[in-house]
Design a protein around this ligand. Structure first.
Ligand SMILES: [Zn+2]
Length: 281
């Protein structure tokens, strides 16, 4: 897990996550460029879930480090963000006002729920709508990989027969294409529909509240809800993030472990607490 994702999560302070193999950064909370160090040049895409300060205030530092630091300063960065986010527009305006005349190798791409962006190869970034704070457009993202599988009608055939049909050039009749979710990130959100993240290799889900009674407005998920989404979606790995600072660590870790154990979620579960990647199951 630690080889796949590196991140930081402290609710209301700073949140970001770097998916190494995919070359993606999700959100840009403060300090992201300091934590990434020379890896600051690695991401090709930055996926902003919404414009709250703990998710975007590290962006000026990030683009400055990539433009004025030592490394691949001409490497382009595509920044995806929710269309109509006044806060993201404000950060963008700040960047151009701070460095007048400087051309950053940035592409700003506003997205609405359902929009997609093709990546190299068989993958695409797909944006989905999430429920967060009214008036602040918010998106979740999933990386879908185009794959082919045997049609259910052929699933019971003996292997030898399938191979014979394939040799007759019937491969396209035998198989169907589908999207496999390699990675999904909800951003700050109420629980998402399991169908949206079905079968994800890695699901990163908001898990702000351990006790539902602590939630005053419907803007963040509980840890139990995140586990339920992962269980129903049959995700392989769940990463909980954004746990409220009100819960004292390490007591929270003990409670989380027992929640995971009793949740019925059979996959691996991790928790990102600041820069600590904690394995819960
Ligand atoms: Zn938020």
């Amino acid at each position: 897990m630690r080889d796949v994702v590196v991140g930081y999560s402290r609710a209301m302070y700073a949140n970001w996550l770097w998916h190494r193999p995919l070359g993606l950064l999700v959100d840009a909370g403060e300090g992201v460029h300091l934590a990434l160090g020379s890896n600051v040049f690695a991401p090709t895409h930055l996926l902003l879930t919404h414009g709250h300060s703990d998710h975007v205030l590290g962006l000026p530092g990030l683009v400055a480090a990539r433009r004025f630091g030592k490394g691949a300063i001409e490497k382009p960065l595509t920044i995806l963000y929710p269309a109509g986010s006044a806060a993201v527009d404000a950060v963008r305006a700040l960047i151009s006002a701070m460095w007048p005349g400087v051309v950053f190798p940035l592409t700003w791409q506003p997205l609405s729920p359902g929009d997609a962006l093709a990546l190299d190869g068989p993958r695409a970034i797909q944006a989905f709508g999430v429920e967060h704070v009214a008036g602040h457009p918010a998106l979740g993202y999933r990386i879908a990989e185009h794959r082919r599988r045997l049609k259910p009608a052929f699933a019971t055939l003996p292997q030898a027969e399938i191979e014979a049909l394939a040799r007759q050039g019937r491969r396209d009749d035998l198989t169907e294409s589908y999207d496999h979710v390699v990675f999904a990130h909800t951003g700050d959100a109420m629980p998402v529909a399991p169908d949206v993240v079905r079968g994800a290799d890695l699901l990163v889900h908001d898990a702000t509240f351990m006790d539902e009674a602590d939630r005053r407005e419907p803007i963040h998920a509980t840890t139990a809800e995140a586990l339920q989404v992962a269980r129903e979606a049959r995700a392989r790995t769940l990463l909980l993030y954004h746990l409220s600072v009100r819960y004292e660590r390490p007591l929270a870790e003990v409670r989380l472990r027992s929640q995971v154990q009793n949740s019925g979620f059979a996959g691996a579960c991790w928790w990102l607490d600041e820069d600590r990647m904690v394995q819960l199951s």
